[in-house]
Design a protein around this ligand. Sequence first.
Ligand code: NAP
Length: 237
Amino acid sequence: MHVMITGAGKAVGLGFNLVLRYLEAGDTVAATIRKPCAELDALKAQYGERLTILTMDISSTASVQAAADVLSGTFDHLDLLINNAVSVSPDCDKGFFEADLDLIARTVDVTAVGAMRVIKAFYPLLQRSSMTALIMNISSEAGSISRCYRTNLLDYGMAKAALNMATMNLYNTFKEERKVNIFCVHPGWIRTDGRPDNPAPLSSYEAAGILRLLFEQKRDDFDGHRFITNLNEDYPF
Ligand SMILES: NC(=O)c1ccc[n+]([C@@H]2O[C@H](COP(=O)([O-])OP(=O)(O)OC[C@H]3O[C@@H](n4cnc5c(N)ncnc54)[C@H](OP(=O)(O)O)[C@@H]3O)[C@@H](O)[C@H]2O)c1
């Protein structure tokens, strides 16, 4: 299987660990980064041609298209695209009255519009999959409008809610053809900062293993709810 994962340049993060899980499973992987990552270079040395490292800034349509052009020279198709990259503002933890609201647009642009840029540019490769091509947008329970209880994470919550809306809209766009399927997924509570004192129950490596198995269960599910959790539960938008 040919897989692409965005935002893979942080060894303790989810993206890098998804790359590792798919490589360990025997798949061919494109990992996108913004800046060099020594741990990813080590995987390249280990896995050789099965790993392609691509530089791509998802806030730039030109950068995303350039990455798609490069990958098209190596990959003749893509079976799975995982939009994992995310950006948060320095005011993420502040409330409405304290946060600089002008920082919100950038978070939404990278996290939600960025995923859409990637889908648009790599769609031709997805269409050439011999399977139902699958797009998994890594969302968050923080993007659920109906379950919102917070007064912080304004930019992050708005960005993930926008990503969820994009998922539903693109599902409607793709569903007639039944060639490309799409979901948004809350990946669980994960120690993506790599800190042992982080109370989250899952390491990034554990979370990536759970998600890899889940994704293959969903590939041909065109009828189920579009927002799911890592435990394959439906989550309310
Ligand atoms: N941790 C949790 O419990 C939890 C819960 C729910 C959802 N999630 C989601 O899980 C995913 C992974 O979390 P994480 O903490 O591992 O993510 P992260 O490290 O904060 O971000 C992942 C990557 O996104 C990249 N990125 C940022 N801006 C970018 C841009 N403009 N273009 C391309 N890449 C860009 C970063 O690249 P650089 O390294 O270059 O900065 C980073 O390596 C995220 O989508 C997050 O929202 C996590």
